[in-house]
Write a protein that binds this ligand. Sequence first.
Ligand SMILES: NC(=O)c1ccc[n+]([C@@H]2O[C@H](COP(=O)([O-])OP(=O)(O)OC[C@H]3O[C@@H](n4cnc5c(N)ncnc54)[C@H](OP(=O)(O)O)[C@@H]3O)[C@@H](O)[C@H]2O)c1
Length: 227
Amino acid sequence: MSLKVAIVGASGKVGTHLVKQLKADSQHFATPLALVRTAEQVEHWKKVAGIDATLTSIETATVPEITAAIKGYDAVVFAAGAGGKGVERIFTVDLDGCLKVAEACEAAGISRFVLVSAIMAEKREFWWDIPGLREYYIAKRSADREVRCTKLDYTIIQPGWLTDDASTGKFVKASDAERVFAQSREIARADVALFIKEALLHPKEAGRKTIPLINGSEPVAQFLSEL
Ligand SMILES: NC(=O)c1ccc[n+]([C@@H]2O[C@H](COP(=O)([O-])OP(=O)(O)OC[C@H]3O[C@@H](n4cnc5c(N)ncnc54)[C@H](OP(=O)(O)O)[C@@H]3O)[C@@H](O)[C@H]2O)c1
């Protein structure tokens, strides 16, 4: 098996970890495709990192344009985000950008779709009164809900607070994550990427599931087997 994966948000911190991890595992993954939004990023990914890249901003591209960019790939990962750059971009990237990519997957006949959302997205009582997070979480929750209504074989990953710590490869059991989150909230971006890779390799375990992710003590194989 050599899975062809297109990554939206490849230039981001999670996306960069993911590109490296997929590229390092040539036994399971073909050269990934980065969907990025500047010509410099295209140049970087093609010439410096040696992967495929296309100039496709999910805000300005139409669904047919995104469809054309991802056509022929086996799976699409959405790891993009507005990164706190205003409410308008939360709507155009985290919400509508995600939905445009999901529509493009359907149009391109790609069923596997992995979305990076955020932990506790379903829990309005958690985020409603957190300054600066309400609009972000409205977008994340709405995107998750729309994706769940599609026929896509989705995996919605809901990480806790992201860090740049080294990978541990270990997670809190998914069914315990929201309870544990009251005391321990962090997940390394490298481990989010590691789990995206595992989810791509194990669609039976991870498909059509919403999975909260924080660092804990379970190795990834055990974590996956308990989903
Ligand atoms: N921060 C947290 O604690 C936290 C917690 C849970 C979930 N998350 C979510 O985790 C995800 C990944 O986080 P991260 O730290 O890797 O984020 P990041 O470093 O900010 O990366 C986001 C990427 O999205 C890209 N992007 C933005 N607009 C785009 C567009 N129009 N077209 C194509 N790409 C676009 C950005 O491109 P540029 O590089 O060109 O700007 C960037 O590369 C995000 O969805 C975030 O909301 C974050």
